[in-house]
Write a protein that binds this ligand. Structure first.
Ligand code: FAD
Ligand code: UDP
Length: 385
């Protein structure tokens, strides 16, 4: 006899990693997903027209400092070297991102060395009257100053989040470095790469275990939970409770696909800093697989807007109003029995893939530990608050 029957809602990275670990521990794992494919938002598929591997729900680059997570993904899929080098179009020119010495010199028409550029930004550009930046705008004014802020961040951020950067927390901008050298690697993590055959192929291999069954095109309803010893739920937190307290706010994305005969923009990601351009960025998918050869190209123009019921929830908004509602849902969740809330939607956080995998591994380990000790399973292994 097996260790027990588990239901996992969602066949994204969270559901797959938890499912695999618990199936290996002897549990019988059923996974349901409302979509017609596995992989959640990391899903990749080959475009029928061009043969290009497309990141269907937007560009996904794997980057981490967590060597255990890196070993984990490499045990299922070959990762090819890939560095994300983002460009930005603004004020009639193309610049390098994240803001680095090339960006600064080009933008101000100078030829400064690193220490000169640092002095220039900190003494002539940055607003040093801001001691402890709280908002996105203050963070930008404090660290790059008005000119760079207005060219690269103000318009883009207003489009991305649908509000003025003075209404957003500084933490959103803290994700991006400012460099006083010519390093244009968008990320600073030790391990970076792209799965050779796409993320869906990797997740398919994670799910390939005799203890796991996957049912696609299946919307979870709470009645399903009755047939199982425990549920891991990676759908939206408010969705579990049928939105009874209202909806947690998200930004959604619309991708306008187009093809091009040849190279469209010459790089994977081109950001558009100005508010007058309605989209935030264009991704040219063949550049995510630089080891492949394709004559024609498939691109996405990316538009951001407030999510309505029925839209795919992408970015949790997490401002004051949303956090208050979140606290109420967390209280309900903590009182619920037989379910653990996992992943980016059920904990209402922006989670990179490496953090998603780390948390999924920890949740599965925590579950096994609880089963061994007879201490039960908490509603959350990672707090949404
Ligand atoms: P998801 O991938 O959302 O999977 C949840 C699954 O649950 C979905 O398949 C959904 O269909 C299913 N589901 C939900 N509710 C139900 C229900 N009621 N019944 C049945 N099924 C249900 N991370 C990086 O590390 N690098 C990047 O470059 C990067 N780029 C990103 C770009 C964008 C535009 C976005 C939005 C995210 C990006 N991420 C990136 C983050 C990455 O997408 C997440 O880390 C990852 O998808 C989280 O996996 P998950 O399984 O928790 O959630
Ligand atoms: N951002 C910006 N201009 C850019 C790139 C990013 O203003 O050219 C801001 C934007 O608000 C974004 C945040 O910086 O949400 C973090 O950027 P990141 O590239 O991490 O965004 P993500 O990959 O989450 O879309």
């Amino acid at each position: 006899m097996g260790a027990g029957n588990l239901l996992i809602v969602g066949a994204g990275l969270t559901g797959a990693v938890i499912g695999r670990k618990l199936a290996e521990a002897g549990y019988s794992v059923s996974i349901v997903d409302s979509r017609d494919h596995i992989g959640g938002n990391c899903h990749t598929e080959r475009d029928a027209e061009t043969g290009v591997m497309v990141h269907v729900y937007g560009p996904h680059i794997f980057h981490t400092d967590d060597s255990e997570v890196w070993d984990y993904v490499n045990s299922f899929e070959t990762f090819k070297p890939y560095k994300n080098r983002v460009k930005a179009t603004t004020k009639g020119q193309v610049f390098s991102l994240p803001v680095n010495l090339h960006t600064i010199n080009q933008f101000f028409g100078k030829t400064m060395r690193p220490d000169e550029a640092r002095d220039f930004i900190t003494q002539d550009q940055a607003d040093t009257t801001i001691d402890d930046p709280q908002t996105f705008e203050e963070q930008a004014m404090r660290f790059v100053g008005k000119d760079l802020y207005e060219a690269f961040f103000k318009g883009y951020t207003t489009k991305q989040w649908g509000c003025h950067p003075s209404e957003l927390p500084a933490s959103i901008l803290k994700r991006l470095p400012v460099r006083f050298n010519y390093d244009d690697n968008y990320f600073f993590h030790k391990f970076q790469g792209m799965p050779e055959n796409g993320y869906t192929s990797m997740i398919e291999k994670i799910l390939d275990h005799p203890g796991i069954s996957v049912q696609l095109n299946t919307m979870f309803t709470r009645a399903m939970a009755e047939d199982y010893d425990h549920v891991f739920y990676s759908g939206p937190l408010d969705g579990w409770f049928d939105y009874e307290l209202g909806r947690l706010g998200y930004r959604t994305l619309d991708f306008e696909r187009f093809t091009f005969d040849g190279d469209y923009q010459g790089c994977a990601v081109m950001n558009y800093g100005e508010a007058a351009v309605p989209y935030t960025r264009i991704t040219e998918h063949k550049y995510f697989s630089p080891w492949e050869d394709h004559d024609s190209s498939v691109c996405y123009r990316e538009f951001s807007r407030a999510a309505e019921p029925g839209d795919i929830p992408y970015y949790p908004i997490r401002q004051v109003k949303e956090k208050a509602l979140l606290a109420e849902y967390v209280a309900l969740a903590e009182a619920a029995e037989g379910v653990t809330f996992v992943g980016r939607l059920a904990t209402y956080r922006y989670l990179d893939m490496d953090v998603t995998i780390r948390e999924a591994m920890d949740a599965a380990d925590g579950f096994l530990q609880g089963a061994r000790d007879g201490t039960g399973v908490p509603a959350f292994f990672a707090s949404p608050l």
